[in-house]
Design a protein around this ligand. Structure first.
Ligand code: NAP
Length: 262
């Protein structure tokens, strides 16, 4: 084998999700792989993992192209959250420009079932605007960056679940902030909703298991869920599971070895 065929497959894993954590665990044990996990750095305590980690934005599409070229990345695995549309769009554009294959892991959205009372909206602003005018207690799982948007309906008492502590806008002084990291359990969310007398739930249609408990709790307590549908991201190859992504990587590795006559 010459020096080139000995090179490991260099993977940039865009993370920030439970899928990325699982993919990192597998990639760390796969022979012939050198993967780096990239995190935006939004949360204070990223759990330690088995891969080298880089933290912080790349500086838009141009910054990501520079990174891919500088680090001679062979493939990019986008395991970011389905609502992290900016980084996913940047990855599509940068990989096209740098001619680097890209695969995204896109978990299926939740589907409403019998007993759900979903009010679907195209974005967070529309979901908040649709809340009733009469004051009530509203549970928000919209995340930290959406907190200022809740001031559009300041009459409600919000129970806001986020990963790290936050400073609230002055209009929301009656809000309760709960800092917690998923996965969450349905029974715990039922208890939480009962304790705070939650009358409505704000949620993104994130899909997956880790955050589904609030949807199930709302169903069991007959609460309406103001749910934001995800915008489709075009022009990319995607799979629904980590296991399919790992097969794609293995296939990619095998084709590269075949091309190089290993
Ligand atoms: P976003 O709006 O799509 O991205 C905003 C900017 O943050 C990107 O342009 C990029 O900066 C940087 N960035 C995002 N993800 C990155 C990554 N994995 N590595 C390096 N830079 C990254 O993202 P967001 O919605 O703020 O989410 C931030 C992170 O939290 C994502 O990694 C996502 O997986 C995770 N997350 C998001 C949600 C959600 O609901 N949005 C929920 C759970 C977890 P540059 O342009 O400078 O490169």
């Amino acid at each position: 084998m010459d020096a080139i065929t000995n090179q490991p497959l260099k993977i940039l894993l865009l993370g920030g999700t439970s899928e990325a954590v699982i993919a990192a665990r597998h990639l760390a044990t796969m022979p012939g792989i050198a993967a780096t996990l990239s995190l935006a750095g939004r949360t204070n305590k990223a759990a330690p993992g088995p891969l080298p980690v880089r933290i912080g934005g790349f500086g838009g599409i141009a910054g990501l192209v520079d990174y891919l070229m500088r680090e001679t990345i062979d493939v990019v695995l986008d395991a970011t959250h389905p609502f992290a549309a900016q980084i996913s769009g940047n990855a599509i554009a940068a990989c096209a420009e740098a001619n680097v294959p890209l695969l995204s892991i896109e978990r299926a959205p939740w589907k409403s079932i019998s007993g759900d009372d979903w009010r679907e909206h195209r974005d967070i602003e529309a979901a908040i605007a649709a809340l009733p005018d009469a004051p009530q207690t509203v549970f928000s799982a919209f995340g930290r960056s959406s907190i200022p948007k809740l001031t559009a309906k300041p009459q409600h008492r919000y129970v806001i679940r986020v990963v790290d502590p936050v400073d609230l806008p002055s209009e929301l002084t009656r809000a309760t902030v709960i800092t917690a990291r998923g996965p969450f359990r349905t029974d715990d969310d039922i208890a939480l909703f009962r304790e705070h007398r939650v009358a409505a739930v704000l949620a993104k249609n994130s899909g997956g298991d880790a955050a589904y408990s609030k949807i199930e709790a709302a169903r069991r307590l007959h609460l309406p869920v103001y749910i934001v549908a995800r915008a489709p991201i075009a022009n990319r190859q995607s799979v629904a599971t980590v296991s399919d992504a790992l097969s794609w990587i293995a296939h990619h590795q095998a084709s590269r070895a075949a091309e190089r006559g290993v």
